[in-house]
Ligand binder design. Structure first.
Ligand SMILES: NC(=O)c1ccc[n+]([C@@H]2O[C@H](COP(=O)([O-])OP(=O)(O)OC[C@H]3O[C@@H](n4cnc5c(N)ncnc54)[C@H](OP(=O)(O)O)[C@@H]3O)[C@@H](O)[C@H]2O)c1
Length: 294
């Protein structure tokens, strides 16, 4: 038994925190909307007393505090300040952040944690809601090797794989690489399926053949049916992708990497947002092409 805390019980955080309970830990929780924290306690048969009013109170007495909130500013809100998690943590504790943020904020908060004797790992995830529910996330970690060795067995409660990528910020940089790959790939897949349709081909038959060759991808396997059907009310939201690609472009402005295609794809996602698709799955890039063509 090891007291833990989890801050941010959203689409990702709620099932991740649930897996920590399943693994046998006592988990104190904080969620901005308190009702969600109470609902989480009920769903996991935990006493309501584990749902705290502030991140600081949830963090008090915890050996590890996990966060999964929205963006850089949200992370600062729940970690820093008089009611933030850091104010409640004791020296020797570990803060593990699963939010997708900039590498800069990861380094900034890690430095502030160190001043208080607290270690921090930036640990963004990939695998989406299904990965969180099925404890099959991939976790990309930045931080110290010994701290990672201590946290890894606990992280593996909700992950299929976890890997230390380098010092503080390296987890977030790896997640940026992941998002750059996905953005470009989805635009290519969208153009391909739209082209197949215009060419009078049966999209499903095309994918059946080409998915056995070099064009194969996770997105092709898992998204082509819904892309053909025009169903996007699920999955990884366009709004999150716009945030993530913005983080990539900011980082590229610092390190000099050419992200020409990523910049274009981000602008296309901006058009999907204007179409009302901010909460659609990222495969909805094809819908933008369809509406332009019609
Ligand atoms: N969804 C995915 O498929 C996926 C996949 C990989 C990575 N991610 C990343 O994981 C993170 C969380 O995603 P999600 O889908 O779980 O989001 P979500 O469902 O919107 O949950 C966000 C959580 O953060 C809390 N929060 C947001 N801003 C806050 C603030 N200023 N102060 C306190 N709490 C705040 C929310 O509280 P309330 O309940 O009060 O709103 C909620 O608990 C994001 O960084 C996202 O990019 C998501």
């Amino acid at each position: 038994m090891n007291r833990l805390a989890f801050i941010g019980l959203g689409v990702m955080g709620a099932p991740m925190a649930g897996h920590l309970v399943t693994a046998g830990h006592e988990v104190a929780v904080y969620n901005r909307t308190h009702e969600k924290a109470l609902a989480w306690c009920a769903a996991h048969k935990q006493p309501e007393s584990l749902a705290y009013a502030t991140p600081r109170e949830a963090a008090e007495g915890a050996s590890m505090v996990f966060c999964c909130v929205g963006n850089d500013d949200d992370l600062r809100t729940v970690v820093l300040g008089p009611d933030g998690a850091l104010a409640g943590l004791s020296a020797g504790a570990i803060l593990i952040d699963h939010t997708t943020t900039s590498a800069e904020v990861a380094r900034e908060i890690s430095a502030l944690c160190q001043e208080a004797g607290v270690d921090m790992l930036d640990a963004p995830v990939s695998g989406g809601e299904a990965g969180a529910v099925n404890a099959a996330l991939t976790v990309m970690v930045g931080g110290d090797e010994t701290v990672f060795a201590e946290a890894e067995p606990v992280i593996m409660s909700f992950a299929r794989a976890a890997r230390l990528m380098g010092p503080s910020g390296a987890g977030q940089l790896t997640k940026m690489v992941n998002q750059i790959c996905i953005g470009g790939l989805l635009q290519g897949l969208s153009e391909a399926l739209n082209f197949a349709d215009k060419a009078g081909l049966d999209g499903r038959a095309v994918i059946d053949v080409i998915s056995k060759g070099a064009a194969q991808s996770w997105q092709m396997e898992n998204r082509h049916e819904t892309m053909i059907d025009g169903a996007f009310d699920f999955g990884f939201a366009v709004n999150w992708m716009v945030k993530d690609l913005g983080i990539c472009l900011d980082e590229a402005a610092r390190n000099g990497a050419d992200l020409t295609m990523t910049e274009i794809v981000k602008s296309y996602y901006g058009e999907v947002q204007e179409m009302g698709g901010g909460r659609w799955d990222t495969s909805s890039l094809i819908e933008r092409l369809r509406r332009r063509d019609s």
